[in-house]
Design a protein around this ligand. Structure first.
Ligand code: 2IT
Length: 444
């Protein structure tokens, strides 16, 4: 494959879009071998078509703050690929949101969704709106203004948004309320909805639960158990919360959470009401974790990342590229067994290369965190059937999907020396499904 040529052309066309180029490069390098076995792919310019989103909507979002001032944010929806099903993926509200980050997320989402086995294409959206310090009324007005533009591009069979960083149940509720008013239908269209109006049980927990189910499978390949293992988690939002809940339930000990202000180290383990307190931290809108250290009398490390602590398992649960080569080396020096991204592209490319080279159990976000979107798929199913499944039913399906994704990674990623390269496994499995779907549907 002309990987280098394709990447060079892409870089020339989209200069400075580092995260997007990073995500594309990782996938192209992983699939090179299988791609070369299919000359028909090259003839159909499959890669060139796959790396560009189908379309991107960019719009301004004007809204009025509590003091009567007019604020303008940028809004986006990247409809990346719908070969397998309607565009599906979250909406991120964060100061770092731009086209590069949303294109990387939409690209990753396409393969992640393929891995779930459910009929969902890939998409992502968001805004540079910073939720920090905003009143409830401001958040509502912003969400309504955002949907006033976005509503005409989405629908239950075209594009189904959900939450992501900065977008939880409250924001989904405000967006869905405005969407329904404009679209005059009530068919779902968003996932992560409240239980009272079409949401699914276990959706809030799903990304973290699924991530831990995956980690349990990873450990099993080495004859290990999560019970008694120490775990560092970054972030303190929905994903970190779900992961802490399930890891603790299975006997693991979570010793860190982090925010933009630094991280807390709780050697006794973050369990019980301390996990509930993470929800309070999130609801405060301050975007800091220091109050945890003050409340429970544990150490707070200002401006530092949790990866400097010695643990058995490290789980990035926050934002992209928050674990670099230096952090990976520290974890390895401290004897880490397993690193799994429950966030999207939590590790830099250099960190991933180092961990794979050293034979560390490492798995990428598109496999590990797929439980979130998979359960969104289950929410869509329940909406289409006009019913609601029990928590046990959803959890069992989620568990089965995660086991299946792990199996796919093992099947496509096991090397001659027995090392399971999950990056390769996830990329090849996801790519082959999308590629076959695209080939079957012609040049469109
Ligand atoms: O990154 C992700 O997979 C999500 N933010 C969830 C997407 C979804 O549609 O549930």
């Amino acid at each position: 494959m002309k990987t280098e040529l394709i990447l060079q052309a892409l870089e020339a066309k989209h200069p400075g879009e580092h995260e997007y180029l990073q995500a594309v490069k990782e996938v192209l390098l992983s699939i090179e071998e299988v791609y070369n076995e299919h000359p028909e792919f090259e003839k159909a310019a499959l890669i060139e078509r796959l790396v560009e989103p189908d379309r991107i909507f960019t719009f301004k979002v004007p809204w009025v703050d509590d003091r009567g001032n007019v604020q303008i944010n940028l809004g986006y929806r990247v409809q990346f690929n719908n070969a397998i099903g309607p565009y599906k993926g979250g909406i991120r509200f964060h100061a770092s949101v731009n086209l590069s980050s949303l294109k990387f997320l939409g690209f990753e989402q396409t393969f992640k969704n393929a891995l779930t086995t459910l009929p969902m294409g890939g998409g992502k959206g968001g805004s540079d709106f910073n939720i920090r310090g905003k009143s409830n009324a401001e958040v509502m007005r912003f969400c309504q203004a955002f949907i006033l533009e976005l509503w005409r591009h989405i629908g239950p069979d075209t594009d189904v948004p959900a939450g992501d960083i900065g977008v939880g149940g409250r924001e989904i509720g405000y967006m869905y309320g405005m969407y329904k008013k404009l679209a005059r239908e009530n068919t779902g269209t968003f996932t992560g909805k409240g239980l009272e109006y079409g949401g699914s049980l276990i959706r809030p927990e799903a990304t973290g639960f699924g991530g831990i189910y995956f980690v349990v499978n990873m450990l099993k390949t080495k004859g290990l158990d999560i019970k008694g293992k120490t775990i560092s988690i970054s972030g303190f939002g929905n994903v970190a919360w779900g992961a802490a809940l399930k890891a603790t339930e299975l006997g693991g000990k979570v010793v860190t959470i982090s925010g933009p202000d630094g991280y807390v180290y709780d050697p006794q383990g973050i369990s019980g009401e301390k996990i509930d307190y993470m929800l309070e931290l999130r609801a405060s809108g301050e975007d800091i974790v220091r109050p945890y250290a003050e409340k429970y009398g544990v150490e707070f490390f200002e401006g530092k990342r949790p990866w400097q602590q010695k643990v058995d398992i490290a789980l990035p649960c926050a934002i992209q590229n928050e674990l670099d080569e230096h952090d990976a080396q520290t974890l390895i020096d401290n004897g880490v067994t397993c690193v799994a991204e429950i966030s999207n592209m939590g590790c830099t490319a250099e960190a991933v290369d180092l961990m794979v080279e050293k034979g560390i159990l490492f798995a990428p976000g598109k496999a590990v965190n797929a439980g979130g979107v998979a359960t969104s798929g289950l929410e869509m199913t329940q909406n289409a059937m006009h019913l609601q499944w029990s928590a046990e039913e959803v959890d069992a399906k989620l568990h089965q999907i995660m086991n299946n994704i792990h199996e796919q990674c093992v099947r496509y990623g096991t090397q001659a020396n027995g090392y399971i390269n999950y990056v390769k496994g996830a990329n090849i499995a996801g790519f082959m499904k999308v590629a076959h779907a695209m080939m079957a549907q012609g040049i469109v």
